[in-house]
Design a protein around this ligand. Structure first.
Ligand code: ZN
Length: 267
């Protein structure tokens, strides 16, 4: 294994694939699955209340994604490093890939970071995550099916002191095909009664489309970024429930979008 400047051997690998042998069409990704900060960065100087708060990771998102992976027979690529060290859903050169302040929390360990230190984080965290996601998407492609990219996130119910009513957001940028299909049925079925919205609480103007653009739009794949309010997925039971509901909604949306097979019209 290569020498790491940031991580000890026990802290590696920085990215993991769950359900790697799954051969479904959907590929799940969770960029903000972990709050882990390598010991070499000494907690980034964070205040204790910030270390495990939503600024460091997306609480509940990984568990929901695991339930979706099981229901959809989908591989799941997850980061094992806090987004405060490096946010894999940002271009590595973007200032907020290594934020000096997140919401209201200072991140002293990111202040005045050198270009060299920035390049090391990009090489050791960003590159392996995106390389793995690319490989998993390629592996679905060789099985002769177009993969579908679904990223899973959670958001805080109160941001900068303001409560958020939206419960589930389906996010997209230029290509809205999958989100249109998801929203067409959101009023009935497994998400009935939920406050489900398009491009909420974030949208393309907030710089959150990086993974979708890099792997989804660039390859012309169907894709969606799912944002779930984290107070709705605070327990094992609710994580399982929302994960199964989202999987069912996604499967029906995909079934509706699937092109008819060439022989279907001649039966
Ligand atoms: Zn997130």
């Amino acid at each position: 294994m290569n020498e790491s400047q940031l991580f000890t051997a026990d802290e590696l690998p920085v990215v993991e694939t769950r359900n790697a042998q799954a051969d479904g069409q959907v590929v799940l990704a969770c960029e903000h699955a972990s709050a882990a900060i390598p010991a070499s960065l000494e907690g980034l100087g964070l205040a204790p209340e910030a270390r495990l708060s939503h600024v460091a990771w997306d609480p509940g998102a990984l568990e929901v994604a695991e339930h979706m992976a099981a229901a959809l027979n989908a591989p799941l690529v997850a980061s094992r490093v806090s987004r405060l060290v490096l946010d894999c859903n940002r271009p590595p050169e973007a200032p907020d890939a290594i934020p000096e302040v997140s919401e209201v929390h200072e991140v002293p360990g990111n202040r005045g970071i050198t270009q060299t230190a920035r390049a090391i984080r990009a090489a050791e965290i960003y590159e392996p995550f995106h390389a793995r996601l690319g490989q998993v998407l390629d592996s679905v492609l060789v099985s002769a099916r177009e993969p579908v990219l679904v990223t899973v996130h959670s958001f805080t119910p109160v941001y900068r002191g303001k409560p958020r009513e939206v419960e589930i957001g389906f996010l997209h940028d230029a290509d809205s095909r999958l989100v249109d299909a998801l929203l067409a049925h959101a009023g009935q079925g497994p998400l009935a009664g939920r406050d489900v919205r398009r491009n909420a609480p974030y949208g393309p103007g907030d710089g959150v489309m990086h993974t979708l653009r890099r792997h989804g739009e660039a390859r012309g794949l169907l894709h969606v970024m799912i944002e779930i309010r984290n107070d709705l997925i605070g327990t094992e039971a609710t994580q399982a429930d929302i994960g199964r509901r989202l999987a069912t909604a996604l499967q029906s949306a995909l079934d509706g979008l699937a092109p008819a097979s060439p022989s279907a019209g001649h039966r």
